[in-house]
Design a binder for this molecule. Sequence first.
Ligand code: V47
Length: 376
Amino acid sequence: MTDQLASQLATITGKVHASERLSFDEGLFLENEVDTLTLGQLANFVRERKNGNYTFYNTNIHLNPTNVCVYRCRFCAFRSDLRDEKSYEFTDEMIRQRVLEAKSAGATEIHVVGGLHHLKKFEWYVNIIRVIRETWPDIHIKAWTPVEIQWFSYMTKQSIRWVLEQMIDAGLQSMPGGGAEIFDQKVREQICEHKADAGVWFETHREAHNLGLRSNATMLYGHVERAEHRIDHLCRLRELQDETGGFQTFIPLAFHPENTELDHVVKPSGMADLRTIAVSRLMLDNFDHIKAYWIMLGEQTAQIAQAFGADDIDGTVVHELIYHDAGAKTPEGLTVTQLHRLIQEAGRIPMERDTLYRKVVRNGHEWTVTDPIVVA
Ligand code: V47
């Protein structure tokens, strides 16, 4: 490293230690000039300042009500046409069964996202939330991305706020972070031309936060985007977080190319995964949590990620399809004992949280939650 680069790194290190915000240019510098172990050391400093030695996980289950989708995102292996052999849709009875399975597995959260089915009306989607809520009133429902919310708004000719209010009325309690991909419009045109753009994504999360919902944010990396697009993505997220404070966790999602139109792309390496997690931790100074989603990273990288800025590894994740259709080789779910091992072997203390980051205390099949876990 030249003297000039070393001096830039020293400035950034000083800012990180003083909890000062890094600029777009400093983000690019981290991406382009700083070695992986130095990035990890800096990100780990922030991670421990915010969350100590804890790594969070939750007990959750996924429900993807249909894979039929009007969109053809080039990175997606999950979607299906109605006539394809693999197309499916959930009935009320299937939803009830999934919820009862969640109940017997002790899940605190159900994560619901799926395709935009051209033959289903808004009421079909509201009913999914209602059936979950009626089947088990205690489970936290985290559902829909801005892509779905905009589709519902288009179908009903009502505002995004109205759509969210109907969903909240039916039982929706928070929103996952999907649909964000990369916010840059030129990149979106190459990977998901027709889908809701960055403006819609932010408008939906802003409305959700204003209505009292918490939500997550994601970034899909390792396809056609470049470093400046990733840093721009992170800077845009922290702007909305400054305004609303409604985001809980950020999840960088590594692209899985198998069975997609982008199957010529080489999957991001373990080093790229660790660097992206570390840079995200450093840029998103106003996010409490960074999640290393073990399903897509693999269990080994998720373990190491806990020393590169991540303080959460998601959950038991039973019935995940989006990554597994795209070639993820991870198991379709992990037990709590396996999650504990992943965390403890990384030298961290496992803490079960609910969706809103309250500590979960279990007593046999019963569970209660404490106040939100305080972070720095
Ligand atoms: O938006 C789709 C991504 C997202 C592929 O909020 C792909 O807690 C890689 O958002 N390779 C949906 N990624 C999943 C998601 C999520 C996951 C876990 C936790 C949370 C949370 C949210 O999955 C999509 C897209 O960015 N995706 N296909 C693929 N082939």
